[in-house]
Design a protein around this ligand. Structure first.
Ligand SMILES: Cc1cc2nc3c(=O)[nH]c(=O)nc-3n(C[C@H](O)[C@H](O)[C@H](O)COP(=O)(O)OP(=O)(O)OC[C@H]3O[C@@H](n4cnc5c(N)ncnc54)[C@H](O)[C@@H]3O)c2cc1C
Length: 286
């Protein structure tokens, strides 16, 4: 199938983007890499008479590093971020990107587009949530920041207001003795994950000074496993990771879909968390 007719707008300034979104309201949609939006339009799951293509807005394609964070512009392609030296300072982000589809998808898909699209099986929303990233939104009222913990509302729904775009994401840097891992189960390499876990730890000897555990594919948003993080920090680096996996899985209420049953997702959740933590701890120790 083909998408219904649309008018393509190609502004070069962010003010023009905001102006076009205000002018066309619900008839307009932001087009970034097009790797989710265009298939949805081609399948007639969505139709928008006006697409506001943000690819020519140079200010949205910058990557910059400061002492405490790396700021990635919304329009930075996933393939560029995958190889970028500043993004390498955010190892969880660098490790997550290769799990997204295939290279062809990542060469068009953007960091901001993935996070704004807010698919609960996607890796980059989970990275943002795990690392307590700050989402920068630009709209008619100017620029504001939204904590990742408040950004993901439900499947494909975010805290962006009407007329706002996601303009950048700030990923905080973790200190020395940290390790990170992404573990997924997918039917084939390149498929969306049926379920996945992203983990990060910072060690201070045998003490776990910091931990994050976030799961994908088990709810309508990525899920941060706060109880499991607290148990790991309380128990230290030699804690039985099967226990931590069970604590992470206990509150989850995954759904059935065409790809996997809720029962399967519930069953494998503890193991996938254990695997991610095992790898993150191994990296932190090294
Ligand atoms: C075959 C295939 C396999 C894939 N596998 C995976 C996978 O394994 N994991 C994964 O995470 N993703 C996967 N994807 C999706 C891919 O990562 C997309 O690139 C991503 O979800 C959307 O990014 P995009 O830049 O292409 O956004 P688009 O498709 O252009 O936009 C997606 C949505 O986000 C909105 N949007 C985009 N940018 C902004 C912005 N800056 N501000 C506000 N709204 C915005 C659009 O209006 C639209 O609603 C796959 C896609 C395909 C086609």
């Amino acid at each position: 199938m083909k998408p219904s007719q649309f008018q393509h707008h190609a502004p070069e300034q962010i003010d023009e983007v905001v102006g076009l979104l205000a002018e066309y309201g619900d008839d307009a949609k932001v087009l970034a890499g097009g790797q989710s939006l265009i298939p949805m339009m081609a399948l007639r799951m969505a139709a928008y008479p006006h697409l506001v293509d943000i690819a020519r807005v140079a200010s949205l394609s910058t990557i910059s590093a400061s002492a405490g964070a790396v700021r990635v512009g919304a329009m930075v392609r996933q393939s560029r971020a995958e190889r970028d030296a500043s993004v390498a300072k955010v190892p969880l982000l660098a490790k997550a990107i290769p799990h997204i589809g295939h290279f062809q998808i990542r060469s068009r898909g953007t960091v901001g587009g993935s996070i704004a699209h807010a698919d609960p099986a996607s890796e980059l929303p989970a990275v943002a949530l795990a690392l307590d990233a700050r989402i920068e939104a630009t709209g008619p009222g100017g620029v504001r920041h939204i904590d990742a913990s408040e950004f993901f509302l439900s499947t494909w729904q975010t805290a962006l207001d009407d007329g706002e775009i996601l303009s950048a994401v700030e990923f905080p840097l973790w200190g020395a003795n940290s390790g990170f891992a992404v573990e997924e189960i997918a039917r084939r390499k390149g498929d969306f994950a049926l379920i996945g876990a992203l983990a990060g730890v910072t060690l201070d000897g045998a003490r776990v000074a910091r931990a994050c555990i976030t799961m994908i594919g088990v709810g309508s948003t990525p899920i941060r496993c706060h109880d499991a993080e607290a148990a790991l920090i309380a128990g230290g680096a030699d804690t039985d990771l099967d226990d931590i996996g069970r604590i992470a899985a206990a509150p989850l209420t995954p759904a059935d879909d065409v790809h996997a049953s809720a029962e399967y997702r519930q069953h494998v959740s503890p193991a996938i968390v254990r695997r991610a933590l095992t790898a993150a701890l191994k990296e932190a120790r090294s």
